[in-house]
Write a protein that binds this ligand. Structure first.
Ligand code: ME8
Length: 510
């Protein structure tokens, strides 16, 4: 039986349309999901929408809609974009679905039964956009320390989750599992917060009613939106509904999130799971923040970059490539159109595109499209084979650490090596001099390297990879390839190359 790999993205609030920041998270998660499928793992990839809470209720009111109408309308923007971006999620969860309400109710009752929930009083500064209380010591001028917006003073008489009771256990877990928080430099930040002392968490609301009803209350109380939303990760795995499936899928292998919500995923969520007696996720990976031309993206400043505008300019694969190459996962990034075009022209049109077209054109010209025979190489005699075999473990290591840009750098080393190999071996000279066996060997090495590149790059740019695969004349579909197919010499010598009618990736005009 193959190893399972359960990967999630955050559930996005439906008061906003998806922008480059949301698409970054989903593309990163998609690339990892696709890579794990390539590695032969049994992948379950989940994304979805977070549809409850005060913020959504307010947004709906402003638009003259019910919250459900707003959710039903906006969720289509997310689903549509994920499909255009080739996101290969296996499930899409909405927190207003019945299956989720059932799981949240069951989870709440479990914690209540375990004595982890009690009734009490709380007052404090609340940030509606972040849907969270802010520690009193950090509040200045009634502004949220995280997003800078106006806070509201709330007093609640309701239910609390005994989060403080799990602080030591959580610190022990972080100690014993150094890879729980990625990248490593974010770990200390979380450790410091926990060491600073955890407060119990207010998990019921009574001043508005857009949420999941509290199962133990006869007053009109609902469950706090973050407590509700985090549970989605177990809902989709079958919690309280399908034990066998849940046993197989849980715990999640990686929750991919933005750094803004790392705290929720590495403090609140693990303590909730501890209180329910469930296993903790293997890894929470937090990426950095995107700005646009140096400025924070926001609706009010009207500078939120629309993914569809970028797609219409550089294509889906150009966009996917740029997102993961331009910024190392974990670091903040700035979107600039000039950098986008420069990057795709240089990497996709020049390096990769030219390699493929030149190679295919030569196989066509010199061998009428037939894959030529390779020659036995002496040890150390085939630089392409050496590079190709060297980068496989490098790519794997980078992928498992979510260092996507490093994986791309490794793959582009092989592409660069191939382009240099063409210049060095000068196949046109070999042809002129009648050295046909040597020429065949050179072209075989190039085609075989392109096969390696295509498989390795397919999680990043699945559309382009598919096109190259077709031109290589491969019989088995690309989606059935595995990393184990990356053995040098597997390209059948009897194959036929199909010349492309147009470039693999056309240069974009600046
Ligand atoms: O926080 N740069 O939803 P959300 C990078 N519903 N990533 C960005 C970004 C930017 N400028 N803007 C948004 C929520 N993101 C909760 C999550 S999970 C159980 C509940 C991405 O719609 C990034 O992944 O505010 C961030 O964590 C997420 O969108 C926040 O989405």
């Amino acid at each position: 039986m193959s190893k399972k790999f359960y990967i999630t993205t955050p559930l996005y609030y439906i008061n906003d349309v998806p922008h480059i920041g949301h698409s970054y998270t989903n593309v990163a998660a998609d690339v990892l999901a696709r890579y794990k499928r390539l590695a032969g793992e049994d992948v379950f990839f989940l994304t979805g929408t977070d549809e409850h809470g005060q913020k959504i209720e307010q947004a709906a009111k402003e638009r003259g809609e019910t919250p459900q109408q707003l959710a039903d309308r906006v969720v289509q923007n997310f689903k549509g974009l994920w499909s255009r971006l080739n996101i290969s999620n296996d499930d899409f969860i909405r927190t207003t679905e019945q299956r989720h309400k059932k799981a949240v109710t069951a989870f709440f009752l479990k914690l209540y039964e375990n004595g982890a929930i009690y009734r009490g009083k709380y007052e404090g500064w609340y940030c509606i956009p972040c849907e969270t209380y802010c520690p009193k010591g950090q509040v200045e001028d009634q502004k949220c320390p995280a997003c800078g917006r106006q806070l509201e003073w709330l007093e609640e008489d309701g239910y609390f989750f005994r989060m403080s009771a799990y602080a030591d256990k959580l610190l022990d877990y972080l100690d014993a599992n150094p890879e729980f928080i990625m990248p490593e430099n974010r770990r200390q930040e979380i450790v410091n917060i926990i060491k600073g002392g955890l407060k119990d968490l207010s998990i019921s609301r009574s001043t508005f009613d857009w949420g999941i009803p509290l199962p133990i209350s006869d007053k009109n109380e609902i469950i706090y939106v973050w407590f509700d939303a985090l549970i989605n990760y177990i809902t989709a795995a079958g919690y309280s509904e399908d034990n066998e499936r849940f046993e197989k899928l849980w715990p999640a292998d990686v929750h991919v999130v933005g750094k803004d919500i790392l705290k929720f995923h590495t403090i609140i969520w693990p303590t909730m799971l501890m209180a329910a007696g469930l296993k903790l996720p293997v890894m929470v990976a937090a990426h950095g923040w995107w700005t646009v031309e140096g400025k924070k993206m926001s609706k009010s400043s009207g500078n939120a970059v629309s993914p569809d505008d970028i797609i219409s300019q550089v294509g889906v694969d150009g966009y996917r490539y740029f997102l993961l190459k331009a910024v190392p996962f974990g670091q903040d990034g700035d979107f600039s159109n000039t950098a986008l075009i420069r990057q795709v022209n240089s990497s996709l049109a020049n390096d990769l595109g030219n390699l493929v077209s030149r190679t295919i054109a030569m196989v066509n010209k010199y061998f009428e499209g037939n894959v030529p025979a390779a020659q036995e190489a002496q040890e150390g005699d085939n630089p392409l084979k050496e590079t190709a075999l060297r980068i496989i473990p490098e790519v794997d290591k980078s992928m498992c650490r979510l260092e996507f840009h490093n994986s791309l750098i490794s793959i582009w080393e092989l592409i660069g090596e191939c382009n240099r190999y063409i210049d060095k071996t000068a196949p046109w000279v070999l042809f002129k001099e009648g050295r046909i066996a040597e020429l065949g060997n050179v072209l075989y090495n190039l085609l075989e390297s392109i096969r390696f590149v295509t498989i390795l790059v397919s999680p990043f740019i699945p559309g382009i990879a598919e096109t190259i695969w077709t031109h290589l004349g491969m019989e088995e579909p690309l989606c059935e390839q595995r990393l184990s197919d990356l053995e040098w010499g597997k390209l059948p010598e009897s194959g036929r190359i199909i010349p492309p009618a147009e470039p693999i990736y056309a240069r974009i005009q600046e």
